[in-house]
Design a protein around this ligand. Structure first.
Ligand code: AMP
Ligand code: GLY
Length: 430
């Protein structure tokens, strides 16, 4: 039976989801705030609407006769779009608002981990009174990470001893006017992402990915939504052991068991420390860019995962091509602090060559594609090794040109991957 799938969201993550579904027996419709030309080109219909408005989304879902929906970004999940779709009789692959709190409320998330004894929870305290939070910084023996409890697009965290001094952290708390913050021990190590498909109490995991949050090469500058990412031909990354990977799987499994009726993607951000893995955060959706490392190597039909989830059937076992991937984002000049929008984007699938091209926060107007103030497009190399995948991605970026755009050319290079391995060896005292 042909499924009519509504895809919610217009970023690079949603472009790769659209591409993954386009090869299946699917009539695809999409809605987003921006007109993403990559999604529009594979969809039967594309509606520009506010994806955080549940009524707007369900109205469009009903109009196209959707039998399934995939919600890509966190903002619609936080706004209850999955609830509204479910209630309208359209199965949404994405958690209901109450379950998405695992991402949208970091205070809830830490208390949830503690209550259910989920391994990998750092020491933490939550504060509603910023003056009390500042006192805690003064009293605490060691460095802390300061995390606003709500969504900040990955840009709200300040780590003392890494990005800021204790004085700057206190100033940040006083001036930012957050309702609630989490203060937790600073974790030192290497970060990685593990994503799994979840439905009917089951979990199916995907290869580990490492994202690069800092804006500039050498991990300098402010945090971003993610500048690029890589995965290896095996499930783990070069700086990890198989046991590290399995420990992360155990954390996701314990979390799925503790959650009640969660469906969608569960994303774990982990810090591999000297003592093993610790949870940095959970997300209630695919990572962006991490989805672009994952779906291109997924051999299993993504649609089969969605229909099994809806039908309350066992989720299919996943099979992945044993390939490495490197994803690099081109972002507008000045991103993330002072981005300049409106540059013309001059890359298409043909000029990207061997690389996969995913459009993100660009807008198509009168046949031309323009940057907005967020990440513009990503290129992904897929190859036997990370080094070869990196070269494929770079070749595509070279043909795209850099006018008005910026990239982290160091992502996935042998030097940076080796630096991660050396860093981890040093941390483990090897
Ligand atoms: P989050 O929004 O929770 O993903 O945090 C953004 C980034 O801040 C993470 O990817 C880490 O690099 C950093 N971070 C968050 N929590 C901690 C922590 N407890 N210790 C060190 N770094 C952290
Ligand atoms: N790449 C990090 C995120 O999607 O939250």
């Amino acid at each position: 039976m042909t499924e009519t799938v509504l895809l919610v969201g217009g970023g690079g993550r949603e472009h790769v989801i659209a591409r993954a579904l386009a090869g299946s027996d699917v009539e695809l419709y999409a809605c987003a705030g921006n007109r993403n030309p990559g999604i529009a080109s594979v969809a039967e219909g594309f509606e520009s609407l506010d994806t955080t408005n549940p009524t707007a989304v369900t109205t469009y879902a009903n109009e196209v006769g959707a039998t399934l929906a995939v919600v890509g970004p966190e903002a619609p999940l936080a706004a209850g779009v999955a609830d509204a779709l479910d209630d309208a009789g359209v199965y949404a692959f994405g958690p209901r608002e109450s379950e998405a709190r695992i991402e949208t409320d970091k205070a809830f998330q830490r208390r949830f981990m503690k209550k259910h004894d989920i391994p990998g929870c750092p020491d933490f305290e939550t504060f509603e009174d910023m003056a009390a939070a500042c006192d805690y910084i003064d009293e605490y023996d060691g460095d802390l990470a300061i995390k606003p409890a709500g969504l900040t697009g990955g840009k709200g965290v300040r780590v003392i001893g890494d990005q800021v001094t204790a004085e700057e952290a206190k100033e940040y708390l006083r001036s930012a006017d957050y309702d609630r913050v989490v203060l937790e021990e600073r974790l030192i190590g290497e970060e990685f992402t593990l994503q799994g498909f979840v439905a009917n109490g089951q979990l199916r995991v995907t290869p580990a990915v490492q994202d690069h949050k800092r804006a500039y090469e050498g991990d300098e500058g402010p945090n971003t939504g993610g500048m690029g990412s890589y995965s290896d031909a095996s499930l783990e990354l070069p700086f990890m052991t198989e046991d590290d990977y399995m420990d992360a799987v155990d954390v996701l499994r314990a979390t799925v068991e503790a959650l009640d009726g969660y469906k969608g993607v569960l994303y774990g951000q982990f810090m591999l420390t000297a003592e093993g893995i610790t949870v940095v955060e959970f997300n209630a959706r695919f990572g962006d860019p991490e989805a672009m490392n994952t779906l291109p190597v997924l051999n299993t039909d993504f649609l089969d995962v969605l229909t099994a989830a809806r039908e309350d059937e066992p989720l299919p076992q996943l099979s992945f091509a044993p390939k490495a991937t490197v994803c690099k984002y081109a972002v507008p000049d000045g991103y993330p602090t002072n981005p300049t929008a409106g540059a013309k984007v001059r890359i298409d699938e043909e000029s990207a060559g061997d690389a996969l091209l995913y459009y993100a926060s660009v807008d198509e107007r009168e046949g031309d594609i323009y940057t907005t103030t967020s990440r513009s497009f990503a290129v992904v190399g897929v190859a036997e090794t990370i080094t070869d995948a990196e070269k494929i991605a770079e070749k595509a970026l070279a043909t795209a040109g850099e006018e008005g755009l910026r990239t982290r050319h160091d992502i996935g290079t042998p030097e940076l991957v080796q630096a991660r391995i050396d860093h981890m060896a040093e941390i483990r005292g090897e």
